[in-house]
Design a protein around this ligand. Structure first.
Ligand SMILES: [Zn+2]
Length: 112
């Protein structure tokens, strides 16, 4: 066992889990982690925590486990992701708001 690698954090790998959900896997401080790819809003993170899921911030170098200081301090920037649980997708009300695509003008007939 490598002595200096036991707390390794690795970049995420996107994988389809056996249940069909798209997930991200990585080593997070040496722990194998699999998260849903749906970013959480604060309500979603609270719900995840009280239902026993861990939460992480996705950074350029990998996932950072969100402990109480990270959650309260808000010092980490990046999407908040929760442990993947098969068959329990993130409800729409718990998803972080992302930019909506701009409405496209309807083109009726040839514009020329
Ligand atoms: Zn699954």
């Amino acid at each position: 066992m490598s002595r200096h690698n036991h707390l390794a954090t690795t970049p995420i790998t996107i994988r389809t889990h056996r249940c069909g959900a798209l997930t991200a896997t990585a080593l997070t401080q040496g722990i194998h982690t699999r998260v849903d790819l749906t970013p959480l809003n604060p309500t979603g993170e609270a719900h995840a925590l009280i239902t026993g899921r861990q939460t992480y911030t996705l950074t350029r170098t990998g996932l950072v486990h969100r402990d109480i200081e990270h959650i309260a301090g808000g010092s980490l920037r990046g999407p908040v992701l929760a442990d993947h649980v098969c068959g329990r997708p993130i409800p729409a009300a718990h998803r972080a708001v992302t930019a909506q695509p701009a409405p496209q003008p309807a083109v009726v007939g040839c514009p020329f």
